[in-house]
Ligand binder design. Structure first.
Ligand SMILES: C[S@@+](CC[C@H](N)C(=O)[O-])C[C@H]1O[C@@H](n2cnc3c(N)ncnc32)[C@H](O)[C@@H]1O
Length: 282
């Protein structure tokens, strides 16, 4: 069966905000549709509709991804007491964001929000950036050095102390040609011992081939094409990090190991890893 065509429309932000061409859907706003948010446009809703045609589990997957992010952040603020976060691929702000989640168990979390989508960053600046303990910047994780050297990042995060790098539901929007593993490695080299890495990533292992092809075709027409990877490829993104013997797991059940998801289905695999002392910057 041929994938449904992604309908195009042109929409504009209004109310004095800068104008953006919203004729192409984007991962940030598609995710917002799947999470029942209001910050999206007809092109995004149309793409989300087509995604759900191919993989009805995508709505639950978006929710499971946010829930995993929350559990991971609370695990880090509860346990090794990490209070600094670099959130790469923030997406559209929703009711509970990283600094809200961290503040549930850390007295003074500091968070840098980064996204390469202008609309997502505009919303993040308005809703998440207080200029003192949180900042939202436009940045591309394919250019990690630029993010790490941004003075706004240095003003919020102290890289002499542990930082958690969050890459949830974002690395599958980085093509193999753009070397996502090298980006992860560059962030790793900038971090102090005790730092952490959180990844969730679309896994192709359990998806029905036709559904996966349909989902990838829908994303191909967006500004954010999808590269779902195998569990082994996702494991390789953690090279240099201590992920534990189980490797990446279905994040819907993290930190438990039991997996009860009916097959076939799209899944998100990942985990929370810690920095091996030898890999940290000297
Ligand atoms: C599905 S949303 C994930 C939002 C959030 N991290 C979560 O877990 O719910 C993916 C976000 O990654 C952003 N993104 C995609 N590629 C990126 C890149 N190369 N650099 C920075 N952000 C990127 C998209 O604009 C989008 O906002």
């Amino acid at each position: 069966m041929a994938p449904p065509a992604v309908r195009r429309d042109r929409a504009r932000l209004s109310g004095g905000a800068p104008e953006f061409d919203l004729s192409r859907p984007n991962a940030a706003r598609i995710c917002n549709v799947l999470l029942d948010g209001k910050d999206n446009f007809e092109s995004d809703r149309s793409a989300a509709h087509d995604l759900l045609h191919w993989a009805p589990e995508m709505r639950a997957l978006a929710k499971a991804g946010r829930d995993f992010l929350g559990r991971a952040v609370r695990h880090l603020t509860d346990g090794p007491e990490i209070g600094q976060f670099l959130d790469l691929g923030t997406g559209m702000p929703i009711h509970c964001n990283v600094h809200d989640m961290a503040a549930q168990s850390h007295p003074s979390p500091r968070v840098v929000y980064v996204d390469n989508d202008t609309v997502a960053v505009t919303h993040a600046r308005a809703l998440l950036d207080n200029g003192t303990t949180t900042v939202a910047i436009e940045g591309d994780l394919r250019d990690p050095t630029r993010i790490l050297e941004d003075p706004q990042v240095a003003a919020i995060l102290d890289f002499e102390r542990p930082v958690a790098v969050l890459m949830t539901s974002v690395l599958h929007f980085v093509a193999d040609a753009d070397r996502p593993g090298e980006s992860v490695r560059t962030f790793l080299e900038a971090l102090a011992p005790g730092s952490a890495l959180v990844i969730s990533h679309a896994c192709r292992d359990h998806a029905a081939p036709e559904a996966l092809a349909g989902v990838e075709a829908v994303y191909e027409a967006t500004t954010t094409p999808l590269t779902a990877r195998t569990r082994d490829e996702i494991a390789a993104l953690f090279d240099g990090w201590e992920l534990g013997p189980r490797g990446p797991v279905d994040i819907a059940y993290w930190p438990l190991s039991t997996e009860r998801r009916p097959r076939p289905a799209m899944t998100l695999y990942g985990g929370v890893a810690h920095l091996r002392p030898w890999a940290a910057r000297s």
